[in-house]
Write a protein that binds this ligand. Structure first.
Ligand code: PMT
Length: 398
């Protein structure tokens, strides 16, 4: 994600400065080129030598230094950076930033750079809450500076509250997100996920093994790609993605109704839900008693959501999933054809390590023209590949 990206890490003087070493290491690990600026106070908490070793570059700290200016001066550093990350950002440095003070190298670079600036504040909880600091923070946010954290928790001084620097993983993720290509920017995407439930009587129902993980991963990937996502979910035990509109349903019929409404004006529909093919012909209004030795339930076919969505939306980019246990590609292709889909994702649900309820999947991405095998990996990663394929196809046909 960060390959060849240039990250300028500013470290200011707080106890969380020791965590910056790990952040620099992780950014390098993700492929970034990293340069570090330390304030005078930061050097009291962590040695520049550590940061030099981890970043692979000399640490910058002096504003007035003929040698440093001859190497890479403050204006060059400001122009060099794709992103400026200040972690930790102390209350004092945040106040300096708000005023636009340029009496330190980091302050000057901040003023001179056109790069996006992210700050990870770290300070005592009372300082964080203080009116002066909160005013400074809102000024910076209005100027476009992006905040990461701070978090709530026990503090080095013994207090408890909001003020701890965000987790390193969170900080590196926020930096990486700046470089995501938003291939589905402003597209309206509707996704179904999870199982449906078909009632037998007031206490029993028929369902399947879908956990919703695949569909929810598709929703996350589409959101990250810039789409406006409506997620129509059957009953699952996982939490909903942020930044998306979630409609909870139970039966196939409810999923069908919600899908039809959500597809008005949509660009893409992705059917990742394991929808019940049949429902009970009659649902008993009372609990069925355990008296007879055998009972017979009659089933009636449910509406096929994908087929109906296609009927109502000729131009929608329609993606199905096929849960197969044999002849994976052949059966998948038949569903692609009969449901008039643009693409289908087939997976082998007879396997225990992929498909239903597992964290990983292995799929074929199939269109009318091509079949691509996607190796076994986390559903989140499969979803990212699939969303990239969908975006490429949409670009190709528009
Ligand atoms: O939820 P997980 O535990 O992560 O598992 C993921 C998954 C295995 C459920 C997912 O990867 C998957 O394969 N989803 C589709 C399951 C399914 O219903 O497959 P199908 O082959 O029976 O149906 C083909 C397509 O028709 C699907 O897109 C389905 O949503 C759709 N369908 C099915 C029945 C119906 N009445 N209406 C439909 O639109």
């Amino acid at each position: 994600m960060l390959s060849n990206k240039r990250i300028l890490v500013g470290i200011t003087g707080g106890i969380a400065a020791y965590k910056s070493a790990e952040i620099v290491r992780s950014l390098r690990h993700e492929g970034a080129e990293v340069r570090v600026i330390m304030t005078k106070a930061a050097k009291e908490f962590i040695s520049p030598l550590t940061l030099q070793a981890l970043s692979g570059n000399r640490v910058h700290s002096e504003l007035i230094n003929a040698d440093a200016e001859a190497g890479m001066g403050h204006i060059e550093l400001a122009k060099w950076a794709d992103i400026v990350l200040i972690a930790p950002a102390t209350a004092n440095f945040i106040a300096d930033m708000t005023c636009g003070k340029a009496d330190s190298l980091l302050g000057s670079v901040n003023l001179a750079t056109n790069a996006h600036i992210l700050i990870a504040p770290a300070m005592n909880q009372a300082m964080w809450k203080s009116a002066a600091n909160q005013t400074n923070i809102s000024h910076l946010e209005r100027r476009g500076v992006q905040l990461i954290g701070p978090e709530e928790g026990p503090q080095a001084c013994g207090d408890f509250g909001v003020g701890r620097m965000a987790q390193n993983t969170e900080i590196v993720k926020s930096v990486s997100e700046q470089f995501k290509v938003q291939t589905l920017r402003s597209k309206k995407v509707v996704i179904t996920a999870g199982p449906t439930r078909e009632a037998i009587d007031p206490v029993r129902y028929i369902t399947n093994r879908s956990s919703g993980k695949m569909g929810y991963a598709m929703a996350e990937a589409a959101i990250d790609a810039g789409a406006h996502v409506t997620l129509i979910s059957g009953p699952v035990a996982i939490s909903s993605p942020e930044r998306c509109y979630v409609i909870n349903v139970e039966t196939a019929h409810e999923m069908y109704k919600a899908s039809l409404t959500a597809c008005v004006g949509a660009d893409v529909f992705i059917g990742a839900a394991a929808v019940a093919d049949y429902r009970c012909e009659t649902v008993s209004s009372k609990k069925i008693k355990r008296t007879a030795d055998t009972i017979t339930l009659n089933f009636k076919k449910n509406v096929d959501i994908l087929t109906e969505i296609r009927r109502a939306n000729k131009n929608l980019y329609l993606v199905g999933f096929a849960a197969e246990t044999e002849n994976i590609k052949e059966n998948g292709y038949e569903k692609l054809r009969s449901k008039k889909l643009n693409a289908i994702v087939t997976n082998d649900v007879a396997r225990a390590d992929v498909g239903f309820d597992s964290d990983e999947n292995e799929v074929y991405w199939m269109t009318q023209r091509s079949v691509t095998h996607i190796n076994k990996k986390l559903k989140e990663k499969i979803a990212r590949d699939l969303i990239a394929n969908i975006a490429n196809e949409i670009i190709a046909i528009s």
